[in-house]
Write a protein of this length. Structure first.
Length: 412
């Protein structure tokens, strides 16, 4: 009996050790999003799989992602289809990463996502990405090849600075594909910058505090002006925008203190918060009827907004207490998207007008009938006695009475 107990105990111990070894041998894994998981394979490949966004991580100088403790073992990163964002600081200071694969369907690369991945040599951003946040690839020292699609709508500040690619760019405006990233080096005094034809995007902080710049020419086809793009450009006095620009980011022209006038382009839809805040000399801003969103304090107090009746701009001015001046020109829309109350009032006016027209028509018909009866009565009063030479009436109505009946029927 004692031997039997010993054998059972030994067998249980073997099972326990086997389970422990199996668990230790399993690839480490965990969650990195609500529906996103990570797994580190034995060959150093970190796989991100699932659906939706990765978690955004906060750092105070040290990586904080759930796989950060294993970053010395990670050599490549493969993000699977279905994942829609790379989280903020997700691979912050993962210095051993040499390759990254990003999937079709990815939409956003977060703030500092690959900051100081110093061994990463190339990156291909898929066509689906619309936003690359600040410092996303900053200090990737070996990064020399970058493929960027045309559809990117926003590139954050210093997203590609301190890379081998950036170091190879000459002084002056730095372009990556069809995006203007920033001005490299010292800008000469009294400079006028001609943004290259074909540029679709001006990145965040592209001309930050370029006080030497007195003029800028924006090309046809430009679509997006980033946040703080012309922050504190004190030399600018006027701006001319090509038609077709869709968005102007927050604080885009913040504290351009010499700017006196701005004619926003037709086709613009979004004017970001504080876009012209601090522009003390700004007297007027034309806002087209295409604008559907204006951020808080986008237009400074004391500035007159010029636009069309019934537009979002007029409604915004009423809410913010800004002066609004109506423009009437060949571009004034025949119909505008008025606030709901204005549309209801206009419909009520139409309804009342229709009723008045109907009543007027009825009054005219009744008046005609009364007039004919008066004429008939006058004729009968001319001679009370019938003319003996005339034939007796045969009972048929006179022609005039038949016409009156017809008018009565029309009036009814």
């Amino acid at each position: 009996m004692k031997k039997k107990v010993i054998w059972i105990a030994a067998f249980a111990l073997v099972l326990l050790l086997t389970a422990f070894v199996s668990a230790a041998a399993a690839d480490p894994s965990g969650d990195c999003g609500e529906n996103v998981r990570w797994t580190l394979a034995g060959d150093g490949t970190l796989k991100i799989t699932g659906e939706g966004d990765m978690t955004d991580y906060v750092t105070d100088g040290e990586p904080t992602s759930p796989f950060a403790a294993l970053r010395g073992k990670i050599s490549t990163v493969e993000i699977g289809e279905g994942v829609t964002s790379v989280g903020d600081n997700a691979f912050y200071e993962h210095i051993g990463i040499t390759g990254v694969t990003l999937p079709d369907g990815l939409e956003r690369i977060g703030d500092g996502a690959f900051y100081y991945c110093r061994e990463l040599k190339e990156i291909a951003v898929p066509d689906s990405v619309t936003e690359i946040r600040r410092r996303a690839f900053r200090s990737c020292l070996a990064l020399e090849t970058i493929s960027l699609p045309d559809g990117v709508e926003r590139i954050g500040e210093k997203a590609f600075e301190d890379t081998a690619w950036y170091a190879a760019q000459p002084d002056g405006p730095v372009y990556l594909n069809r995006a203007l990233l920033n001005y490299k080096g010292e800008m000469p005094r009294q400079a006028t910058v001609d943004v290259k034809e074909g540029t679709l995007l001006i990145a965040d902080s592209a001309f930050w505090s370029c006080s030497q710049m007195v003029g800028v020419t924006l090309p046809e086809g430009l679509l997006h002006i980033g946040e703080s793009a012309f922050w504190d450009c004190n030399g600018l006095t006027e701006l001319s925008f090509p038609e077709g620009i869709r968005t102007i980011g927050e604080r885009a022209f913040y504290c351009c203190r010499s700017l006196r006038k701005a004619e926003l382009p037709r086709g613009l839809t979004v004017l970001g918060a504080s876009a012209f805040s601090g522009c003390k000399a700004l007297k007027s801003v034309f806002v087209p009827d295409s604008v559907t969103e204006i951020g808080a304090e986008a237009i400074p107090a004391g500035t007159t907004v010029v636009g069309y009746t019934g537009t979002y701009a007029q409604q915004y001015c009423a809410q913010m207490g800004l002066s609004f001046k109506v423009r009437n020109d060949q571009y004034a829309p025949e119909t505008t998207t008025a606030p709901e109350g204005q549309r209801a009032l206009a419909q009520r006016r139409k309804d009342v007008g229709a009723v008045v027209a109907c009543v007027a028509a009825g009054v005219l018909g009744i008046g005609a009938v009364i007039g004919l009866y008066i004429i008939r009565s006058g004729r009968e009063d001319e001679d009370d006695e019938p003319d003996p030479d005339e034939d007796e009436p045969d009972g048929e109505l006179p022609e005039e009475d038949g016409a009156a009946d017809a008018l009565e029927e029309d009036a009814e």
